[in-house]
Ligand binder design. Sequence first.
Ligand code: RB5
Length: 147
Amino acid sequence: MRIAIGCDHGGVVLKKSILALLSERKIDVVDFGCNEGDTVDYPIYGEMVAKSVATGECDKGILMCGTGIGIGIAANKVKGIRCGVVHNKFTAKMTAEHNNANVIAMGGRIVSKGQAVKIVKAWLDAAVFEGERHINRVNMINEIESK
Ligand code: RB5
């Protein structure tokens, strides 16, 4: 599995711990930045990570900004992306199982580094998309993109 990761300055504090977790799990990573000391615009990073997942360069994406909201909104503008803004292990598990989220977004001003690692573990370890009762709803989301 290959994971795309990106953040703005509001999420940079979380990225180091998440990179350590991914390296521990021997997961390939494409790091789109930003890095400590940078002040950047979150839509750029949301788009880069989302495009990397949408094109198949990466299988999943992880995004962080101050709240997770702005960068998540940007990612969701890219066709084929289902980015869930998650705050804890429960929302991380749910967005994998119910929304088939291929990207998650978190807030560096919302969750701690330790919580962010737990969230990513919960998302990666969640049962795959439950399908069945949720597939129609995810398909309905896909249809909105083609309207
Ligand atoms: C940047 O100051 C902040 O607006 C950004 O990180 C994020 O919280 C936006 O949703």
